[in-house]
Design a protein around this ligand. Structure first.
Ligand code: KIV
Ligand code: ZN
Length: 505
């Protein structure tokens, strides 16, 4: 069967959309999971966009060896140079450069003629190829470009040395039949097209990103650019898990295969949610909470008699467990605990394991059953604690429908031993606590996002809170988990402000 490459752009197109920004270590964590998922290419960022982006691409390029690591660059010498600087130590580096080819973009955004665009493509693809062995070229807004001109631009890119031609439906305007036809026509009309790989990059503005990508595959595309959970600019990109499972579930129809380890799909989706604090809707295909839930009596009856009556895929093929398994209990020892963390893929230092073990024991006192998901949160919270200055001693609130929400907060400075206490009021209990924390820690950022997710099912579940703040132009993420939502919210903000203090230094 012909091979279909999976080019993951979660860390670039996905990360650039509102609410999904990640810091370098979060990007690294996700990149490692993408490597386990076995994607062919990781687009790790846009190195010219910011110092953080540069550092993330560089770190991922230097530490991951299995997938190709790609960096995005506009068709500008400086962008390409910077991308190469970040990628040059990668085992398998790739530069992805792009220039718009639609008249709308050429006239209004770039203010250049078609001939100037062709000249730029020729020069910049040649330049990228002189630095990097693999180069992708994207004609941005391809699906609203004049087709004759699109063929010309793609021919120039091939002549200049591009290895992959990626066809973006930048604004999600195309329809499946139309997108497939464009790929077909590119194959017919672009000279030496058989020397390169055709790729798709579809946005989801009309909810058609996956359908368009698959139509591209049916018409000869052999690489799909996509993202975990379909995140990306505006309405997002084609969801990796949907594209992969469509070609796996209908092999005769698509006649292609990928190398994705589908059993890692669910874990990857969950990790993205955990890092960004943004989950998927319950009815989301493949990874949504209801994707394998059967509510209707007739369906349940059918499933009990024969699974295939109402299921076209096996949840276990995605790494979804039938039930959360009870893993450890109140009486489990440190050895079993650290062994379990290793099994879950967490490599904590001895000191971190000791602290995580205390958290585990505290949790086991409050919660009857401890699941893998609980341990994941404990381990991730511990590894996310970087140089804490302040720690929570006490928090208490008073709130209700007829009282002014009031919080008293006591924090301890771990460096000086000083204990500070304050009381504050706010529009709600979280607002009151956050004002108190800001007063003690002396940092006054803007809270840009706040989200809370239940880690497992059940009334005694831990809540995991993600608080994003904007401080000195940087977005900083803080996280906290507890069976008490007020404590989880408090811990998340202290974590964020500790990071802000580190930045200040
Ligand atoms: O949507 C788009 O056109 C892009 C390009 C950079 C490929 O993201
Ligand atoms: Zn895009």
């Amino acid at each position: 069967m012909p091979y279909l490459r999976i080019f993951d752009t979660t860390l670039r197109d996905g990360e650039q959309s509102p609410g999904f920004s990640m810091n370098v270590s979060e990007k690294m964590r996700l990149a490692r999971q993408l490597e386990k998922l076995n994607v062919d290419v990781i687009e790790a960022g846009f190195p010219m966009a910011s110092e953080d982006d540069f550092q993330a691409v560089k770190a991922i390029a230097e530490q991951l060896t299995k997938p190709e690591i790609c960096g995005l660059a506009r068709c500008l010498e400086k962008d390409i140079q910077t991308a190469w600087e970040a990628l040059k130590n990668a085992k398998k580096p790739r530069i992805h450069t792009f220039l718009a080819t639609s008249d709308i973009h050429l006239q209004h955004k770039l203010k250049i003629t078609r001939n100037e665009a062709l000249k730029t493509i020729k020069e910049m693809v040649t330049y990228a190829k002189s630095l990097c062995p693999r180069v992708d070229f994207s004609p941005e807004d391809a699906l609203r470009s004049d087709l004759g001109f699109l063929y010309e631009a793609l021919t120039v890119a091939i002549e200049a040395g591009a290895d992959v031609l990626n066809i973006p439906d930048t604004v999600g305007y195309s329809l499946p039949y139309e997108f497939g036809k464009v790929i077909q026509n590119i194959k017919k009309n672009v000279k030496n097209i058989d020397k390169v790989i055709i790729s798709t990059h579809c946005h989801n503005d009309l909810g058609l990103a996956v359908a368009n990508s698959l139509s591209g595959v049916l018409n000869g595309a052999r690489q799909v650019e996509c993202t975990i959970n379909g995140i990306g600019e505006r309405a997002g990109n084609a969801a990796l898990e949907e594209v992969v499972m469509a070609v796996k579930t209908r092999p005769k129809y698509f006649g292609v295969k990928t190398q994705i380890k589908t059993k890692e799909i669910y874990k990857t989706s969950k990790l993205l949610t955990q890092i960004t604090g943004i989950g998927v809707q319950p009815n989301k295909a493949i990874v949504g909470a209801n994707a394998f839930a059967h509510e209707a009596g007739i369906h349940q009856d059918g499933i009990l008699k024969e699974r295939s009556t109402y299921e076209i895929m096996k949840a276990s093929d995605l790494g979804i467990k039938e039930e959360s398994k009870l893993v450890l209990g109140k009486h489990s020892g440190r050895h079993a605990f650290s062994k379990k963390l290793k099994e879950l893929g967490h490599d904590l230092s001895k000191e971190q394991i000791n602290k995580a073990f205390i958290e585990f024991k505290n949790l086991a006192d409050k919660k009857k059953e401890i699941f893998d998901e609980d341990l994941e949160v404990i381990a991730q919270t511990e590894s996310g604690k970087s140089q804490e200055t302040w720690t929570l001693s006490q928090v208490q609130i008073s709130s209700g429908n007829i009282s002014i929400p009031t919080a008293s907060v006591q924090l301890k400075n771990l460096k000086t031993g000083e204990i500070k206490m304050t009381a504050a009021t706010g529009t709600g209990p979280v607002d009151a606590i956050y004002q108190g924390i800001e007063n003690i820690m002396g940092v006054h950022p803007k809270l840009t996002e706040f989200s809370m997710l239940a880690v497992t099912a059940g009334i005694d579940a831990q809540a995991e809170v993600t608080a994003k703040i904007l401080y000195k132009g940087k977005t900083i993420t803080g996280r906290g988990a507890s069976t008490d939502i007020i404590v989880a919210s408090t811990l998340a903000y202290i974590n964020a402000l500790n990071r802000a203090l580190n930045l200040k230094k």
